[in-house]
Design a protein around this ligand. Structure first.
Ligand code: NAP
Length: 308
């Protein structure tokens, strides 16, 4: 990283959107650097047991797919800088990015910082985090071999985690607050075919209870309070965009996503939002990768072409 020059663009984040942007930025011969918080990161995809909807790479393990994305960017000569972005300061030449204790100057920013796990915000969640409460089945599932676990949530992540855990644990409770899942139908069918998964619908989580570790979940279910005894609790209730650094700089949606259309152009001149952090109808690996390409195309137009 060179603190004395002004980059064409700085790509913030090394998930599928950021890595795809790096590949396209290399092809566009832009002078750029990728800033990543996690050393040699590949984003949330690394936590996915199986990605079976990325075109041409059926049934790929998420970690391996992320490595392929990263290797592609590395092979093309992408430079990465490992550090946490602390502040973005508008500047006459573009932006100053405060990363750890350094400053990077850039004409534009491709902001692809992604999203982080949402918390349930119930009593016991923080207390037992890492002591029976987890947000990643692929990371922690192996600890629950032949034991009982509960997965909370009704989206693709929750059902994917329940499916994965059903091959490791003896029994899986899948606890969801409504009477239907929002996860894709094929996954729902696979869950129904598993005889060690018990689905508990219309259940509100009230509290996580335990001693040294989490032991039970208290739920409100069918007008009654019930307890589910479990060794591990996997919380998969969605994600929150990592957009706080853009507050006051670019327009955010009520949910905190960076407002931008398919061209990734935000309300802040020279800042482009790509991937899960952007307002979009479908957050998938393939749409994140597409954003990376579109963002670079918009950067090129901004720097060298027509841009209103
Ligand atoms: P999501 O689709 O937002 O689902 C979150 C789930 O958690 C919903 O079922 C929601 O319930 C529930 N929930 C939210 N807050 C809750 C609370 N306070 N208490 C209890 N339950 C709560 O999140 P996601 O499953 O992480 O998926 C995020 C995006 O990534 C989606 O677009 C998804 O399709 C995508 N994704 C794709 C793949 C893949 O293609 N392989 C894998 C994983 C994720 P309600 O349904 O009642 O709102």
């Amino acid at each position: 990283m060179n603190e004395n020059k002004i980059y064409d663009t700085v790509i913030v984040g090394s998930g599928p959107a950021g890595l795809s942007a790096a590949v396209y930025a290399k092809r566009a011969t832009l002078d750029f650097i990728v800033v990543e918080k996690e050393y040699q990161g590949t984003g949330q995809i690394s936590e996915s047991e199986c990605v079976d909807n990325y075109l041409g790479l059926y049934g790929e393990n998420g970690f391996d797919l992320g490595e392929k994305f990263r290797n592609h960017a590395v092979e093309l000569g992408t430079e990465f800088y490992n550090g946490e972005l602390k502040e973005i300061i508008p500047d006459t030449n573009g932006y100053r990015l405060v990363v750890s204790d350094k400053e990077i100057l850039s004409k534009t920013i491709i902001y692809a910082a992604g999203a982080k796990h949402k918390m349930l915000n119930v009593k016991g969640e923080t207390e037992f985090s890492g002591k029976g409460v987890s947000y990643c089945a692929i990371c922690d599932g192996a600890f629950y071999k032949d034991r009982t676990v509960a997965v909370i949530g009704g989206g693709d992540t929750a059902l994917g985690e329940a499916e994965y855990l059903s091959d490791v644990a003896k029994k899986v409770f899948l606890v969801h607050r409504r009477d239907s899942f929002r996860a894709n139908k094929a996954l729902q069918e696979r869950i129904r075919s598993k005889n060690n998964i018990t689905v508990v619908l219309n259940a509100e989580i009230l509290e996580i209870i335990g001693g040294d570790r989490a032991e039970q979940i208290k739920i409100a279910h069918d007008g009654k309070t019930e307890l589910i005894r479990t060794d591990g609790i996997f919380i998969a209730v969605g994600t929150t965009p990592e957009s706080s650094l853009l507050k006051g700089i670019a327009q955010l949606s009520p949910g905190g996503y960076v407002a931008a259309k398919e061209d990734c152009i935000t309300s802040a001149r020279g800042i482009f939002a790509a991937g899960d952090v952007r307002t979009k109808p479908l957050r998938q690996v393939i749409t994140a990768a597409a954003d990376g390409a579109s963002a670079v195309y918009s950067v090129e137009k901004y720097l060298f072409g027509d841009y209103s």
